[in-house]
Design a protein around this ligand. Structure first.
Ligand code: ZN
Length: 273
């Protein structure tokens, strides 16, 4: 990779700001300006999107099989990710040489992973320019209430908006992503969360309970809720925190379903003085 993730975020933010129209980044305009063409076709469940170079031109291939039932935020993230491969010069150079970034034929798994992380990082920062996002987020209610407004504003997915929110350290929060079968997928926390709770372990020592998630999902379904909200103790989610101890602070727990992609439980804590 030719740039650090911070440089990539900065590059994406500057492009995003230039194409921001009423808070929403105009991806079609970026694509047009760069003379990239779209190809939409049915490719089963092999990939969401792909950037390819063919006779001196770049094309973004979109897989309608996987994207036709997706919300616009997910499709936009896919396009923004492919634009990442275009704007990150090392990726573009590989593609121009005829090297495929998406399939493991040309590159090893480690390289592929690094490239994908970089393109995802580009996508989040393109769609939700950092300074603009941070300013707006601080004016809104903490947690999912604010995130839903941000998601609507930037026309992004709940998952990418929540991840960006946690990454940009808006509050002391933990994002726990679970799969469609209610098993653990991954977790991510903000710097502020580590400062407020003193939890230093990596990965986070999450106490994950699939049965509890199933109960939350049942509540959401039976009441047709956008998301479910409750008060939680830190010890309910962290195996290293003793119940009832001084470290066992109270926080806000919010759970949202992501259709076929499982869901997210977001925990938000405040500093106790
Ligand atoms: Zn990619």
């Amino acid at each position: 990779m030719d740039k650090s993730l911070d440089d990539i975020a900065e590059l994406a933010e500057s492009i995003g700001n230039r194409f921001l129209f009423r808070g929403r980044v105009d991806l079609e305009k970026i694509v047009k300006t760069k003379r990239i063409s779209f190809i939409k076709n049915n490719y089963g469940n092999h990939f969401l999107g792909q950037l390819v170079h063919y006779s001196k031109k770049f094309y973004i291939i979109l897989n309608t099989d996987l994207l036709e039932h997706s919300e616009s935020g997910r499709i936009r993230f896919t396009i923004a990710h492919e634009l990442g491969h275009f704007f990150i010069s090392a990726h573009k150079a590989q593609l121009s040489k005829g090297v495929s970034l998406s399939f493991k034929g040309d590159l090893n798994e480690q390289e592929c992973k690094k490239i994908e992380i970089a393109a995802n990082h580009f996508a989040a920062n393109l769609l939700m320019p950092k300074a603009h996002f941070t300013r707006l987020a601080h004016k809104l209610e903490l947690g999912l209430a604010g995130i839903f407004i941000l998601k609507a504003k930037y026309d992004t997915s709940i998952e990418s908006t929540t991840k960006h929110y946690v990454n940009l350290n808006i509050s002391a929060s933990v994002m726990i992503k679970w799969k469609a079968d209610h098993t653990f997928h991954y977790s991510w926390c903000s710097k502020l969360f580590r400062e407020v709770t003193g939890i230093k372990e990596y990965p986070l020592p999450i106490r994950f309970d699939s049965r509890y998630i199933s109960e939350q999902v049942a509540v959401i379904d039976s009441n047709a809720l956008e998301y479910n909200e409750t008060v939680t103790e830190l010890s309910r989610w962290f195996s290293t925190v003793l119940q009832g101890s001084s470290e066992d602070i109270l926080g806000l727990e919010q759970t949202v379903k992501l259709g076929d992609f499982g869901g997210i439980t977001l925990l938000t804590f405040r500093k106790v003085d």
